[in-house]
Every structure is written in C-alpha cells, then in structure tokens.
Unconditional design. Structure first.
Ligand SMILES: [Zn+2]
Length: 852
C-alpha cells in the first residue's frame, strides 16, 4: 500500500550496502540509525564484552556492574558512539585504553572522542549502574529480554545484529537462586550470601541474543542426544510437572536431530538450556543456551486439547530451529527479521510433518497460518513481508501476522516452485556460507537463483516486497451436462495491478466421488483444460489442497454438505473461505454464516477444525451481529452448542464446545449453569476442568453477572500457585462491577510500571473492552490511542499489536469508528508503521460499519 517504501526496498536490492557504509558519516541521534549501524559495521571488529553484574535479591535495589569492551577499529576519523540508553549519572567511570576520561552521553550514546582511540585494538572499561527496563525484575527472579535493541538499556554496547561478539559473563546472585546464561558455567564460588558464577566465553552472538535468567527456579538436567541440557521452571502443580517435563525434553531432542539432518550442520552452540517463565511476554525467545518460554505454553495437564499439544511442539521446534536460523546465521539488519521467523516457522512445520505425518501437517499449516496472514493482509494497514527500517528503535513495529504467517506460506510456494531438493540444497549452502555471521534476504535469493531457472526476482517483488493478496473468481460453462469451459482469474484486492504466481488445486465434487485438479496459477487468467468434458459437479471446492493464498470463491451449493466431506483439510479450507467471503460481503451474510457454522458443531469430528469453527462463531457473534440481534440469537445458539457438546464423543471436543458456551452465553439459564459448574467444581459429564479453567470461568461470571461480586475473591483463595494468584489479583479491578474502579484501573495504565506484565495487561484490556462493557469503556478509546506511541517505545515488540488488538478487537459501533478516524485525521504525520498497526486492528470495526 505504501508505494514509497516499496520503491525504496526495490532500489536497495540493487545497491551494494558497502558503498554507502564508507561514505556516510553518522550523526549522533537517538536509537540506532541504519547509517550508524552501517558505519560501525564497516569500522569495528573483534568485539569481546567482559561483563560483571552484581544482582541483589531486592528487585528495587540498583544493579552495580562493570564492563570491559575490547574491539578493533579500522579508522578513528569519527568519535566512537557506544549505545547506552541511560542518564549519564549511571556511569561511574570510563577508562579508554587505561586512561580515565569524562563520561559524555548524548542522545542515548556514550561518545568517545577520536583522540582517545587508536586504529587497531582498543579497550574501554566502564563502571556503571544498569537500567532495569529490560531486566524483567520480579520478587524472586529476573530475566533479560533484549530483542531487538534493548541491550543498550542495560549495558553499553554496539546494539546492532551485525556486530557479533563473544561475551565473558560473571553474575553475583543470591545463593539460593539458579541461573542460566549463553555459555556453560565454569566456576561458582560462595561469597557471603551470594554466589559468584563465571561462564565460559560465549559463541559469537548478536547483542539481542545475549541473555541470562536467575532466580528461585527448580532445575532439571538431562541429556538431549549427546548434549547436556538444563531446564529451569517455577511450576508447582505436580500433575503438570509429571506430564510435561519428559515431553519437553523429547521435543527438543526430536527438533535438534531433525535440524542437524536437514541442514547438514551439527547443533551450532556450546549447550542447550531453557527456562519456563510465568506470563512471559512472548511465546518464546531463542537466546542460545538460555531459551525462554511462556510457562503456560509448556506445562500442560490431562485437560490439554490437541491444539495445545500441537502448539507446544511447534513452539519448542520454532525456538530450536532459531539456533541455525537467526542465531547462527543472523539478519544483517532488523528489516530482515522476518527471515529468521519464517525459517523458524517453516522448519517447525517440517518437524511437525516428520513427527505427526503429512496429513496432520497440511491441516495444521492451513489452520496455523492462513487466518493470521489474512487478518493483516486483507486490511488497509497491510505491510509487505520485507519492510524498510531506518532506525532500530522502530523495529518492534515490523513484527506481526505477515512475518509469522504470510512468510511461511510464501516460503512453501517458493519451495514448490523450486522443488524440495533444490530448495534444501540452496538453504544448506546459505547456512554454510554465512555461519556465525550475517546475511540479507538478497544474499539468500542470489544463492537460490543459482538452483533454479524460475525468475525469483519478479516473484520476490510481488510476494515479498509488496503487501496484499489476490481475489480469485471463476467462470464455468456447460454443454449439456458436461463442462465446456472452466477459467479462474485473479486480481489484487487493493492497489496496483499485479499477479501472485502460485499453485493450488480445485476439487469437483460428485455424489459418490471427487476429481481434484492441480492449478498452476501463473497469470491473470488460467484455463482449467483438464476440466473440459467432465460431468457437471454438485459443487466445486476452490483451494482444495489448502496451499493457495488469496480470497477464493465460495460455491453456495456446497455449504449444506461441507461437513460431510471426508477430508478434514478440505473442510478447513471451506470454513476459511466462507469466513473471508463474509468479511468481503460476498456469498454470505454474518447471521447466515453463524447459523451454518453452528450446524457443524455436532458434525465436525476433527478437534482442531472444531476449534476453528468455534473461533469463527465467537468472532461473528461478538463483532458482526448487533447487540439486540445477539440477544435474540443467544438462546438458540446456546442450545445448539450444549446439544453438540452432548453429542460429541471425544473429551477434548466436548471441552472445546464447553469453552464456546462459556464465551457466548447471555441467558440467565446458561448463567446459572456456568455458575453451578464453577461453584461446585462439577463440570459437565465427560469434561475435565483444571485450575486455570476455573479461573477463566470465574472471570466470565464476573464479566457477565452483576450479582456475583465475590466470585473472583473466592477464586483467588482457591489458587495455590503464587504467580497465578498475582495474575488474578491484577485482573480483578478490570472486571469490577463498579464502573469507577474500572475507570481507575484504565487510568492507571498510563503509568509504565502498571504495564510491565504485558500478558496481564492484554488480558485485562480484553475484559475491559468486552462488548458487554463497551458502553462504559468506549470513553477510554481516545486515550488508549494516544498511548500507542509510548507503548511502542517502552514495551516489548508484540505489545503495540496486542494492546490495539485487545482494545479494538470487538468494537462495532459507529462512535468507535469515528474516534479512530478522527484520531488518524488529527495526526497526519503519525509514525506510518504505527498507523498501519491501527488500521490492521480496526479493520473489523470498519467492516462492521458496512456489514451491519
Ligand atoms: Zn521466532
């Protein structure tokens, strides 16, 4: 959509980065500008950071640190800029080449005058107090999280991915704590009430990959293949621990052995280590030897549904794949951050394929990526996979559904275009060539181009450098009862004319069989010659194999019988198409599709498809049905869900439907049922509910009932795990029946401290702005928009997206739409990437204006 950025990205493709690097002299400005990064990359090498942190158990006490940076300089014509985003008062002393100099900090950089430096080897010694922003300090533990440019908030460094360095780390921590870092532990000595840990010199790492975690954790050590591995966690539920620890180690082992075999490169780092962090702000983060995971994604009990188990396997594979893709070979600049994410997802999918078989893989790929990709790509805020990035401080805004979901779809189409073996050979070459270094997407395309005759540069332009998706239409003509002509066309949903070369299949469905025909969609119109002469089908399934990308036609003749299709992949593909077409106001109206989908609840036997159907039902019900109509529909829908729950035989299918019931219920009768279930801890027959499920029920009751005021208090008393009790305590005011208390909670989010636990804030916001509470929360919208820039500046990478999604996710009225429009009109010079994020997250709101 943004033509300017497209042109610039294309131009950059043909200009050698090096030629710029040596001529542009960087100014001193906040953040890490691309110019500064290029200049430093060309001038600085052989960096070693020797770091010593003294960490008190009191989370508010200062962390005193010392650092020695050893580096080689090619020229000293310019002052050296070392990134440190802290006031100068935090620097206690600086020595450059053993000579004390005054500390000068300008626009987030320590400035070292050229006269103190010499070409060749230099050493800079700094004593300082760390910043806390990215140390995630809690009462009993802390963990670093520096991606993309937060290392500079903690210690002075060259905070850019292409100055890789070795780290020599010493940590002084309370003796009862456990610790993990990138390097192997080589020494520990008790000193008073602390223990001093020394770690082996790390492998070469970018600053964002450097990490440590320390605190009151349980430690488990096991071998993963022939590698020693350590796992730290704070979980206390014995069932979860018993059922989860072994599968977590096994999944790492499976992932490592697959990746070693597929890439032809042994595990590239000195050790395996990972930690489960309560309410971690991401799913996981791939620091070599010190990987972080969200605890709730790892620890599952016997109430876990299939999609939770698949998600866990996928998450563990994703972070493990990063050891090769991202950690060993790293993007040169964060504009290519999508490359590490696409490969991590792509390889995680391959591991799933190996472990679970290709049928499960194909289905999971469709379910896992298409909704996320379309969710952004259909909006006016859609971004291309590859975006321009002028300053690292804006890198957070690059993350989202396009990187995580569209990119794997694109990569799979690329693999199809090249052929699996040639694709793999190209990737192996790329990994080997750039091991422990950095590379760009253009470096990879150059290698892949040598493996194929296909025109990858043209292909790249539409799939990678431009946003958007195609809309497919068709024309079919019959002579008598036979097909005489069948053509499929594509055109862009928005923007300039272009075509997306891709393959997929269509299936002609007859009473007793199907005829599946491959389509190689290389142009604007493709004639399906294979169909000519075939009998007229009952209906047609477009994108029958689920690998095509775009808005496919729906065949209304198929709707009544789609739940009877034998192949779960075809059913999933039809559900996605139906929903996407409803949003585009083609073929289906919201209420009609809601009704159609609710029929499938009893008939859909594939658990992950059922989960998808209930997700769509929730989305249509809350976002695209007016409140008055919703009230009319509720009794019938509640009955249909309950009835389906009783008819379904598998415990997990029943559980998915129970959650759906909990989500949509509005009548007093259903409220009574839910309350009794929670109060007596007695779930419907065949369903098992865990402590987390009961917490979630208590939250639903608090949201939907004005009388059950003490439910959350009682639930708080029931929770035994301290971390989970704190979470509920945080959420309670957001669910208060007292509007003033909710107002005060919302106002408190203006303070950064209150937003520290991002996962909690996101959950609280989604309750605060739930459709049933919007009458009193709509007044928060403007202030929430005004906070977006600060949220981006102070929060972690996914927070702006999660913030906006939780707030705007289910508004539909014209007042809300007007607030957003006015805000955007009043801020014509607003950061374009954040503007895009607002447009992405308010797309449903805009659509609701015309659909309702
Ligand atoms: Zn990742």
């Amino acid at each position: 959509m943004n033509l300017k950025s497209v042109i610039t990205a294309l131009t950059l493709l043909f200009i050698s980065a090096l030629s710029i690097a040596q001529t542009v002299i960087p100014q001193v400005e906040p953040g890490v500008s691309y110019k500064l990064a290029q200049y430093r990359q060309a001038n600085i090498s052989n960096v070693i950071y020797t770091l010593d942190f003294d960490i008190p158990s009191d989370k508010t006490a200062d962390i005193i640190a010392s650092e020695s940076i050893s580096l080689n300089l090619k020229t000293i014509s310019q002052p050296l800029q070392i990134d440190f985003k802290q006031p100068v008062s935090r620097i206690n002393s600086i020595e450059v080449n053993n000579k004390k100099i005054p500390a000068v900090v300008e626009s987030e950089h320590i400035i070292v005058a050229a006269q103190n430096l010499h070409t060749g080897k230099n050493q800079i010694d700094i004593k300082f107090t760390t910043g806390d922003q990215s140390l995630n300090r809690n009462d009993e533990y802390l963990y670093t999280l520096f991606v993309p440019d937060r290392a500079r908030t903690v210690f002075p460094c060259f905070d850019q991915p292409d100055i890789k360095a070795n780290y020599l780390l010493t940590l002084r921590i309370p003796s009862e704590w456990h610790v993990l870092a990138n390097g192997k532990m080589i020494d520990s000595v008790k000193q008073g009430d602390k223990t001093v840990y020394k770690f082996n010199k790390s492998d070469k790492l970018s600053t964002y990959q450097f990490a440590f975690e320390a605190g009151k954790f349980t430690s488990v050590k096991q071998m993963v293949g022939n590698l020693p591995a350590e796992f730290l966690y704070r979980e206390t539920d014995t069932t979860k621990i018993k059922l989860s620890v072994a599968p977590i180690f096994t999944a790492h082992k499976d992932a490592i052995s697959f990746l070693e075999q597929w890439t032809g490169i042994p595990y590239p780092f000195q050790k395996v280590g990972f930690v489960a962090i309560p309410d971690f702000q991401f799913g996981g983060m791939e620091h070599p030897g010190a990987v972080q995971y969200k605890a709730s994604a790892l620890f599952l009990d016997d109430g876990a549904t299939k999609d939770m188990i698949i998600s866990r396997a996928n998450l563990l594979s994703h972070e493990t794949a990063h050891m090769w893709f991202g950690d060993m070979v790293t993007m040169r600049w964060f504009n290519d951050v999508w490359m590490k994410e696409v490969f991590a997802n792509f390889m995680a999918d391959k591991i799933t394929e190996k472990v679970m078989g290709s049928e499960t893989f194909n289905l999971k790929f469709l379910q896992g990526h298409y909704q996320g990709a379309y969710g952004i790509d259909r909006t006016l805020g859609a971004n291309p996979i590859r975006q321009q990035l002028d300053n690292l401080q804006d890198a957070g805004s690059l993350y989202g559904g396009i990187i995580y979901d569209k990119a794997p779809i694109m990569m799979r189409q690329l693999e199809l275009l090249m052929g699996k073996e040639k694709f793999r050979a190209g990737i192996q070459q790329y990994l080997k060539k750039y091991a422990y270094g950095n590379a760009t997407w253009n470096d990879l395309i150059a290698i892949l181009s040598k493996q194929t005759t296909a025109d990858l540069y043209t292909w790249n332009k539409v799939w990678v450098n431009q946003p958007g998706r195609p809309v497919f239409d068709y024309n079919i003509a019959y002579a008598g009862n036979k097909i005489s002509n069948f053509t499929i066309t594509q055109h862009p949903e928005f923007g300039e004319k272009r075509i997306w070369p891709q393959s997929f299949s269509v299936a002609l469905v007859y009473a007793d069989h199907q005829q599946e025909i491959p389509v190689n969609m290389t142009g604007e119109t493709v004639n399906i010659r294979q169909a000519a002469g075939l009998a007229k089908p009952s209906y047609i399934i477009f994108n029958a194999n689920g690998i095509g990308y775009g808005l496919f036609p729906g065949d209304k003749n198929g709707v009544a019988s789609m739940f009877q299709l034998k192949n779960p992949l075809q059913r999933a593909s039809m559900y996605i198409s139906a929903y996407e077409n409803m949003l585009a106001d083609r073929y289906f109206k919201p209420a009609e599709l809601l009704n159609t989908f609710s029929v499938g609840l009893a008939e859909e036997k594939e658990e992950t498809n059922l989960k998808m159907l209930t997700g769509y039902i929730s989305s249509i019900y809350w976002k695209f049905i007016l409140p008055a109509t919703r009230k009319e529909l509720a009794p019938g829908l509640e009955a249909a869900i309950w009835d389906a729950m009783e008819k379904q035989e598998q415990p997990n299918a029943k559980k998915i439907l129970f959650s759906c019931y909990q989500d949509i219920y509005l009548t007093p009768m259903a409220g009574g049922r839910i309350y009794a279930t929670w109060k007596q801890k007695k779930p419907p027959v065949g369903i098992k509910l865990t402590e987390d499920d009961y917490t979630s029920l208590a939250l639903s009751i608090a949201l939907k009932s004005d009388t059950a005021t003490n439910v959350l208090k009682l639930q708080e008393d029931r929770i035994t795990n301290a971390d989970r009790r704190k979470r509920l305590e945080f959420l309670m005011p957001a669910l208060s029946t007292d509007v003033q208390e909710r107002d005060a909670f919302n106002a408190s989010l203006s303070e950064r401290k209150k937003r520290q636990k991002e996962a909690w804030v996101t959950t609280a916001l989604s309750y605060l702005h739930h459709p049933l509470r919007q009458q009193t929360s709509e007044k928060y919208l403007l202030k929430s928009l005004e906070l977006v820039e600060e949220v981006q500046r102070t929060g972690d990478v996914f927070f702006p997206q999660n913030w906006l999604g939780a707030i705007f996710g289910s508004y539909q009225d014209k007042e809300a739409a007007a607030i957003v429009r006015k805000f955007l009109a009043d801020h014509p010079n607003y950061n374009p990437k954040l503007r895009a994020k607002i447009l992405q997250n308010t797309d449903n709101l805009y659509r609701a204006q015309s659909l309702l």
